[in-house]
Design a protein around this ligand. Structure first.
Ligand SMILES: *Cc1c(COP(=O)(O)O)cnc(C)c1O
Length: 224
């Protein structure tokens, strides 16, 4: 949930070229429009030597991943005594998964994601911006359809998840991150429910921290 700057990625690409090192980009989470570009590397105008894709490849409906590479890399890994590409997991090219991917890519190719992601980004900017005033929040980051509250400390994931469920949303915080990557078809009202819940939960943490600070007994803190 840290966003690279385009300049950093550009520098990385240059260094890889200079030292003849392959640049591998894992866009399993960021691919297919998530950051506002079809692939996040387009923000930096670079291309990788190897690209990892998954998740939205099938719209999340069935497990499928793809590893794309340049012709040069493909020729290298295909050079075997057998004369063909000698690699494959058991379920490679699974027909059902591929059918789901083709259907999902057809939808992606309709390009509706561009305006959907732009609208989600704008709404999350508007609704999460003021979360920075909550004491437990260290940083607010929004890029495309990714919304992140970076907290000042790791959160109690189990406790928070229950609080989110009580607010009618499913969010799983991770370490010091409360983040959402909503589906592109989410409605503005549904997105508001998510961002509202994120801010409510963050506020609750800030209040709890505040109360804990005012108490001197360690036992209270361990319960708080
Ligand atoms: C989900 C994810 C993975 C794991 O992908 P699987 O197909 O579940 O193995 C790897 N990298 C990133 C960035 C992810 O978001």
């Amino acid at each position: 949930m840290r966003f690279y700057s385009p300049e950093y990625l550009l520098g990385l690409r240059k260094l890889c070229d200079e030292f003849n090192v392959l640049l591998i980009l894992d866009e399993i989470a960021t691919g297919f429009g998530r950051t506002g570009k079809l692939f996040a590397y387009e923000h930096a105008n670079i291309t990788p030597d190897i690209l990892c894709l998954g998740k939205a490849l099938t719209g999340g409906y069935i497990s499928l991943a793809a590893t794309l590479c340049t012709d040069k890399v493909a020729q290298g890994i295909s050079q075997s005594p057998a004369g063909v590409f000698m690699h494959g997991p058991t379920f490679m090219g699974n027909p059902l998964a591929c059918a789901a991917a083709c259907a999902s890519l057809d939808i992606i190719n309709r390009n509706e994601w561009r305006s959907q992601v732009a609208a989600i980004e704008q709404q999350m900017h508007l609704e999460l911006r003021d979360a920075i005033t909550i004491a437990s929040v260290k940083d607010v980051r929004v890029l495309g359809a990714v919304g992140v509250l970076e907290m000042t400390a790791p959160v109690n994931t189990a406790l928070l998840q229950q609080q989110f469920v009580d607010l009618g949303v499913w969010v799983r915080p991770f370490a010091n991150l409360i983040y959402i990557m909503p589906p592109y078809i989410i409605t503005p009202a549904q997105l508001s429910q998510l961002t509202g819940a994120m801010k409510q939960v963050a506020t609750k943490i800030a209040l709890t921290d505040d109360m804990a600070e005012q108490q001197t007994t360690a036992s209270f803190i361990s319960h708080g």
